[in-house]
Every structure is written in structure tokens, then in C-alpha cells.
Design a protein around this ligand. Structure first.
Ligand code: ZN
Length: 214
């Protein structure tokens, strides 16, 4: 995908583009996806022809298209190739409480929580909304929290090349809170540090203290 073109929808993509992005080579049609939801509804013991369920397969497929729209974006493309120079600022830049909405790849149920992210600029800074876009783009896929955390940190590190990146994600997995062991209050915390956040324990502690504020 070309940089700054984040608006492709699944239907717009050619088979070649999907292959290049590592997506499945034989993508089923929308009708096949809707038929699969119809099977699930019948398997649950419901009648898919009743009023309330008649349009459900189409709605579910459209919803999943939105939940997983990150597959059709290049997260790195949200980061500008030219950064703004800063003078007189030499401390970490931190973005707190970024909403995380993702889906667990094991059960296809929501992972909901928040992320705190910081980077140590190397003379140059990036608009903070861009970092949130990177997180969103990786979150809107089937994920594990560990992978999501690592992907965001590595992408920001490799594209922006700051002195270091720190990220903490605190999220609840509905596969654990509403089914299985049913522990409604449990949240999972994952972190990833690169560069100076990895080598400087004081800096790492400052990041964690800021993240814990709320
Ligand atoms: Zn799960």
C-alpha cells in the first residue's frame, strides 16, 4: 500500500494487494461470509428467517469489516515522513488513556482497555494524534494483547527513530470476563520498551508512574 493512502476498503483491494499485505490468498465473497453467519445462527438453535434475525448476517459482516479495518491500512503510513524540529524540549512526550478496541484472535470477542505511550524525541516530534492512529490501526485486527503492544512500539521506533519508545496497555478480555473463568474485574497489563526506555531504569520508572496516574 502506498503511504498516505489509508482509505482502501477490502472490496477495493486486488488479490495482489491482499497477498502483498499477507492476507489470505483466497478471500471468500461477502455472500459466503454472510452464509457462515447464517450457519452459526442456525447452529445456535435460532430461526434465521424470523423478523429480528433476517438482516443479521449482513449486519454482522459489515460490523466485522469495521472491527477489522486495520488489515487494509498501513499503520506506518500514519506517521509523517518529515517530523517537526523542536528546540529547547528534551524530555519524553507521553500520550495517556488512548482507548483500545480490539478483538482476541482466540475467541473473536472484544479486548477493551487503554494504552499509554511515550517516546523520547531525538530533536524531532510528531503530532500526537498520529500515534493514536497507529494504535487503532493495529488494534482493528484479530489480536493478542502481547502482539499489539509489540507491534505498536516497534513501528513507532522504526519509522520515527526516536531515542526510545515506551508503551503500556491495560485491557480487559471479554473471553475472560464474560465467559470461561468469568473474572469480571481482571485486566491484563503488557509493556514494551525500546531504546533509552529499555536502558534507563529511571526513565522507565517515570513512564510507569505517569501511566499509573489514571
Ligand atoms: Zn480470547
Amino acid at each position: 500500500m502506498t503511504p498516505n493512502d489509508n482509505s482502501l476498503t477490502p472490496a477495493d483491494m486486488t488479490q495482489a494487494e491482499r497477498q502483498r499485505d499477507g492476507l489470505t490468498t483466497l478471500r471468500p465473497t461477502r455472500a459466503e461470509a454472510e452464509a457462515a453467519i447464517d450457519v452459526l445462527i442456525r447452529w445456535l438453535g435460532e430461526d434465521p428467517s424470523r423478523e429480528g434475525l433476517r438482516d443479521t448476517p449482513a449486519r454482522v459482516v459489515r460490523a466485522w469489516e469495521e472491527f477489522c479495518s486495520g488489515y487494509y491500512e498501513d499503520p506506518a503510513a500514519f506517521l509523517p515522513s518529515v517530523l517537526e524540529e523542536v528546540e529547547g524540549y528534551d524530555d519524553m512526550v507521553m500520550l495517556r488513556q488512548i482507548r483500545i478496541e480490539s478483538h482476541c484472535e482466540h475467541h473473536l470477542v472484544p479486548i477493551l482497555g487503554s494504552a499509554h505511550i511515550a517516546y523520547m524525541p531525538d530533536r524531532r516530534v510528531v503530532g500526537i494524534s498520529k500515534l493514536a492512529r497507529v494504535i487503532d490501526s493495529f488494534a482493528r485486527r484479530l489480536q493478542t494483547q502481547e502482539t499489539l503492544t509489540a507491534q505498536v512500539a516497534e513501528t513507532i521506533q522504526s519509522v520515527l527513530e526516536p531515542q526510545g519508545v515506551a508503551i503500556l496497555i491495560d485491557a480487559q478480555h471479554q473471553c475472560m470476563t464474560t465467559r470461561g473463568v468469568r473474572k469480571p474485574d481482571v485486566s491484563m497489563v503488557t509493556t514494551r520498551f525500546t531504546g533509552v526506555f529499555q536502558t534507563d531504569t529511571n526513565l522507565q520508572r517515570r513512564f510507569l508512574e505517569q501511566a499509573r496516574l489514571g
